[in-house]
Ligand binder design. Structure first.
Ligand code: PEP
Ligand code: MN
Length: 307
């Protein structure tokens, strides 16, 4: 790694790749996040009803998701919007895990709720608004559950990694970084998907990095394109909002895919995911099968041109 990156991220040394740690693989139930396979997390923004959650879980599972998302504690822009079902929502999530085998990721918003949420969830999500809530990060770290750490809306990479470092410092190595878009001058999209963050983090950090194309885009028609970009950028997975009836969702309906749209997105994404897997496993073989020049052939060309 370039020395300049070490200096820039000097506040979070343990998050950076080193001879000791090249890649963290987070184990969740039967899953491995960061282990080479692209992991899809999907589900509604908010847990609304048991039927909504169960129907969504079955459908996203069939389409290839292995983790169910759904907020029981909801951070909302307006204090007058639906704030989530709390414990009732956590219990619904646990029942759906029982029925489907999907792992559960859900947000925890306050340090006092950590023991409760950790009892029901497989992965604790720290939302964008809480990325620098250090007492919450410490409590989440100490719960022993893997932590999905979303990037703050106006957080630099150094600030984000500093929060990841704090979780490691508190004895929890299982941190998953989630790029969910940042606030820029652009208003056509809800946030600006910072794909360079994914590319850079994959270069310098051993932590798994996933993308959230839903919160980045803010509009459902943009989600599949951003998901594709995330795969190609090298993300270890993604988290996507899916709802049986997005127009009537209790939160984030505009950016939620309906079932058919999610199926379609996953279908379109498979060749890219397969390509990514082949590139990781055996790039030379992939080149041969695609009929593009092998490394040797490229070198011969350079030599012949006198380079
Ligand atoms: C969410 O995942 O529904 C959410 C509120 O995300 P963020 O914290 O990234 O806005
Ligand atoms: Mn949401």
């Amino acid at each position: 790694m370039r020395e300049g990156w070490r200096e820039r991220f000097a506040e979070s040394p343990d998050v950076l790749r080193s001879a000791r740690c090249q890649q963290t693989v987070v184990s969740v139930l039967h899953l491995k996040i960061g282990g080479g396979e692209f992991v899809t997390m999907a589900g509604p923004c908010s847990v609304e009803t048991e039927h909504q959650l169960m129907a969504t879980a079955h459908r996203v599972c069939c389409a290839g998701a292995s983790v169910l998302r759904g907020g029981a504690f909801k951070p909302r822009s307006s204090p007058y919007s639906f704030q989530g079902h709390g414990l009732k929502g956590l219990k619904m999530l646990a029942r759906v895990r029982e029925a489907t085998g999907l792992a559960i990721v859900t947000e925890v918003m306050s340090k006092d709720d950590v023991p409760l949420v950790a009892k029901y969830a497989d992965i604790l999500q720290i939302g964008m608004r809480n990325m620098e809530n250090y007492p919450l990060l410490e409590a989440a770290a100490r719960s022993g559950r893997p932590v999905l750490l979303k990037r703050g809306m106006v957080a630099t990479l150094a600030e984000w990694l500093r929060s990841a470092q704090l979780i490691l410092d508190n004895g929890n190595p299982n941190v998953i970084l989630c790029e969910r878009g940042i606030r820029t001058f652009e208003t056509a999209t809800r946030n600006t998907f910072d794909v360079s963050a994914i590319a850079l983090l994959k270069q310098i950090s051993h932590l798994p990095v996933i993308a959230d194309p839903s919160h980045a885009a803010g509009h459902r028609d943009m989600v599949p394109a951003l998901a594709r970009v995330a795969v190609v950028a090298g993300a270890d997975g993604m988290i996507v909002e899916v709802h049986p009836d997005p127009d009537n969702a209790w939160s984030d309906g505009d950016q939620s895919l309906d079932f058919a749209e999610f199926d379609e997105m996953m279908f379109d994404l498979y060749p890219w995911i397969a390509l990514r897997a082949l590139m990781l496993r055996d790039p030379e073989r992939l080149r041969v099968s695609l009929g593009v020049p092998s490394r040797e052939a490229a070198q011969v060309r350079v030599m012949e041109s006198g380079g």
